[in-house]
Design a protein around this ligand. Structure first.
Ligand SMILES: *[C@@H]1O[C@H](CO)[C@@H](O)[C@H](O)[C@H]1NC(C)=O
Ligand SMILES: *[C@@H]1O[C@H](CO)[C@@H](O)[C@H](O)[C@H]1NC(C)=O
Length: 291
């Protein structure tokens, strides 16, 4: 009796703790259109979403609530064919001048030419930390998994579970880190033909409109932001905060190998090596190990 009661209590307590920090999100429950709702849609039990760009407008979706630490996962099938001038953005952001932001942006291209995956991170309003990649598959042919994981020690951008970029916490050395503000999840599809494709040279071909990006299986396995009290709550190294557990503190040896493979073969721009742009004044994290 006593044991089963204790067991029941343990399960009950765990269930509550777990429930308070993890959202079984899908589009219908957890997000809403903040732009271009008239031509966007959610379907398939709330697990599928479509963003559309035509000459009248782009579109965007955002999460109802904000999060601090965990994994934000999304399967995306990008605009196929001639997508030059379009940008599909997928990012986390807080609000205000000193905002934090973690970005994936997919810059379209002419038919048959590769998309550019543009990544950036802002900490307390400070960005200018772009890294760009080309993918090792056609991102328009099927859905692929784009996940942002962040915890008190590092931020990792994953593509199909392969880490493509890492930003580690060097706050103790005066380098900003996104651990003080809850961020909402956003995605949008818009016209950026003044800069996106070959630096703005290739314009959108409106005869190919409407442009459609398909989304599936949004999951926020992340800590709900409830104001500043969450800075401590979401960082506790206790059971429900799996993201603070030791295995998530750093990449495994094999993940470090994957990261190196991506950097060696698929990275096309790195702010840390753009000496000309920064006139030799490189960001301080550039001289810190990111594996
Ligand atoms: C997406 O990738 C993340 C990070 O590797 C992983 O935890 C998650 O299970 C993946 N989701 C799907 C549906 O494959
Ligand atoms: C588009 O394709 C061209 C030619 O392959 C390439 O130089 C460029 O980086 C690609 N991506 C964008 C966004 O312009």
């Amino acid at each position: 009796m006593a044991t089963s009661r204790a067991l029941f209590m343990a399960i009950f307590v765990f269930a509550i703790a777990f429930h308070s920090s993890v959202v079984s999100a899908n589009f219908r429950k957890s997000m809403y259109f903040n732009w271009g709702a008239q031509h966007s849609s959610i379907s398939g039990n709330g697990d599928d979403a479509q963003l559309v760009l035509d000459q009248t407008s782009g579109s965007g979706i955002q999460s109802k609530r904000a999060f601090l630490f965990g994994s934000i996962e999304m399967l995306i099938k990008l605009v196929p064919g001639n997508s030059a001038g379009t940008v599909t953005a997928y990012y986390l952001s807080s609000t205000g001048a000193k905002h934090d932001e973690i970005d994936f942006e997919f810059l379209g291209n002419s038919t048959g030419e590769p998309y550019t995956v543009h990544t950036n991170i802002f900490t307390q309003g400070q960005g200018n930390r772009e890294q760009q990649f080309q993918l090792w598959f056609d991102p328009t042919a099927s859905y692929h998994n784009y996940t942002i994981h962040w915890n008190p020690t590092e931020v990792v951008w994953y593509v199909d579970s392969i880490p493509i970029r890492v930003f580690r916490n060097y706050q103790s050395e005066g380098i900003g880190y996104p651990n003080q503000q809850g961020m909402r999840v956003y995605s949008s599809l818009w016209n950026a033909d003044n800069w996106a494709t070959r630096g703005g040279l290739v314009k959108i071909d409106w005869t190919a409109a409407p442009f459609v990006a398909n989304y599936r299986r949004f999951r926020a396995r992340a800590c709900k932001w409830n104001g500043p009290v969450s800075i401590i709550q979401c960082a506790l190294p206790t059971r429900p905060n799996w993201w603070t557990s030791p295995v998530y503190k750093q990449l495994t040896t094999s993940q470090q190998g994957q990261l190196k493979w991506v950097r060696d073969n698929h990275m096309i721009y790195n702010y840390c090596t753009d000496v000309k742009r920064f006139k030799g004044q490189m960001a301080p994290e550039c001289s810190k190990p990111q594996y």
